[in-house]
Each structure stands twice: as structure tokens, then as C-alpha cells.
Design a protein around this ligand. Sequence first.
Ligand SMILES: [Zn+2]
Length: 331
Amino acid sequence: MLIPFQSIIGQEKAKHLLAISFQRQKMSHAYLFRGPAGVGKKTCAQAFAALINCAAPGNDEVCGHCPSCLKFHSGNFPDLLQLELQGTASSIKIDQIRELKKLLTYPPFEASFRVVLITDIHITMRRKEVTNSLLKILEEPPANTLFILTGDEAGDILPTILSRCQIISFYPLPYERVAQALMREKIDQDTAITLSAIAEGSLGRARLLYQEELLPLRREIIENLLSLAPDHPDTVESVFRLAEKAAGMKDNLEELLDLLTIWLRDVMLAHKGLSARVISSDLRACLPEACRKWDFPVLAEKLQRIDRARRQLLHNCNRTLVCEVLFFELL
Ligand SMILES: [Zn+2]
């Protein structure tokens, strides 16, 4: 896919630094794009690879119709090498690095710059022998080859790798830019605004939350918590059903608990008359009922219950049981 360089959302500083280094032909042989997940590091790397190989770039943008641009467009650009995790592997395999090394002994097929993209190196470079092999390549970089590594700001990245790369910082995106991008993807305004705030400026995380259908389940849980009467016989059945659904979220159960925490925080804000700062804007209509039902000390207690559930999950307690107990406590 051909990604126009200027279509990258936000990250003005990173784009400027890269564009200047390209214009002046003073590119580093290795960059590390560092910042939170889901803010455009990989997309920017792919767009930059297209820009520096475009035959007629203008105003820091690809032309869109030269042979190189067309190859990017059809996904057949032969000189973009991307190293990714295979299957459920926890690190890139040493064979992948060996294969890369072999390819690098040849000149690029046709490109001005061959680009090697290695994403999430704080995860993919967990094995020492893999890191050491990559370091050797970075120490003696082949001609006309640009390495772009991406990594989480919070993740551990070896100082020896850091010292061989020019670091380009990426930052969380402004919430309104994330919301606009989501609306362009046909997500309704209320949901888009809520997602952008919950994802704290990460478009990738916002998309993930949307795809995993976490928001509808969170709404169902909250509406039930507000409407169920603790001593009604049907309540037990409803809580069991919701707990089973929540436990079925697997890797996303923690996200779901985060969403419930944010919601309770929002109810606290509403109690203090700070409704304008509420994050869960799609659930605004439920706020008055929640304020009537739960006073401040009750909300504080419920937050502690969620915290306890989180700790229990970390210790591998039975997920369905943890959710059942939690939802009864949240009623
Ligand atoms: Zn072009």
C-alpha cells in the first residue's frame, strides 16, 4: 500500500526531522521510532520508505505515479524488508536474522534505498543472540540500506541498540485527531469521542477496542448494574450470564476492567458537578441514575473491588468466578 507521507496523523516533529534529513541527503543509517503503541510509528516508517524511493517527490510527498510509487501501491515493492514475529513466537527467530543478513549481502533490487523495518523491538528482540546478530548488522550497515526500528517508550531496549540509532520520538495523538480518524472509518461521533479518550491518543488502541466489541459489553454490564435489584431472583442469572461473557474476553478482560474503572471515575466527576470532564461520553445518559444509586463512598469502595479483581486475575484465579463476585459487589 502506498501511504502518502503527509497523511500520517499528527507527529509533526517526527515528520519534520525525517523530511529535513531526506531533503539534505543526511539520513541516518538507522532510526529508532520510539513512542507509545498505536500512534503511527510503523505507518510512518512505511510512508517514509515510499517517500525516499519516489522518483519525483515534491513538498515532502510521494508523486503517486512513478514506478516505485506504483510498486508500493500494489504491495510489490521488493526492497522493503519487514521482520515480524512468526506465529506465536515470543521473539524473532535467529534464522530470520540470518536470512536478512544473506539478503543484505546483495545490493537492492532496484530501489535507491532498501528499507529494513523491524517493529516492536522491545518484544521482538527478547533473545540475546538475536539482538547480538542485529547489532553486528547495524555496526557495519550495507550501502543504500536504511534500518527503521520501532519500539515502545516504556519497553526495555538495549543501550547498545539505542546508541546505534537516531531516535525519533513519537507522542500520543490529540484526542480530536483520533476521533476524526475514527469517524472517517464510519464510527459514530459519540463512540469515536469515547474511544479516543479511553485510548489516550492511541489510534491503534482505539481501533482495537472498537474491533473487540468491548464498548457494547461494557454498556450491557453498566446498564444491568444500574437496573438489577440485588435481591431479585432473576438477578443471579443475569450476573452469571454477564460474568461468563466478560470472562470470555480472554486477553481483553483487563481492558474491560479499565473501562469499568473509567466509568466509575466518571460517575464521581458527575457527583462533583464536573460532567464536562467525563470520558465515557457515550454513556452520559446513564450518569444521573448512577449518581442517584451510588454515593461517593460507595463508588470508592467499588473501585477497590475492581482493583482486587485485577490482582486476582494476575494470580490466575478462575476468571468467571472473579467476574461473578465482582459484578455482585458492583450491584
Ligand atoms: Zn513517486
